[in-house]
Design a protein around this ligand. Structure first.
Ligand SMILES: [Zn+2]
Length: 62
């Protein structure tokens, strides 16, 4: 069985694990839309999304 890519509802980061490796939350969703890669946490998009660390994030989590 292939692992499904899931998104943490808490920090909106991607993971294949059952627990978010970034914040430790187990509140994950397989329903997500859009993907944004933040390279610069100082950028306008990072501020708009309230992201303070670089990485891959989902725009919408169901
Ligand atoms: Zn998380």
């Amino acid at each position: 069985m292939t692992k499904r890519l899931m998104v943490c509802r808490n920090c909106k980061r991607f993971t294949y694990e059952k627990k978010c490796p970034h914040c430790g939350s187990g509140d994950l969703s397989t329903t997500w839309k859009g993907l944004v890669i933040i390279l610069n946490p100082e950028s306008e998009i990072a501020k708009a999304l309230k992201i303070e660390e670089k990485g891959k994030y989902a725009l919408y989590v169901g």
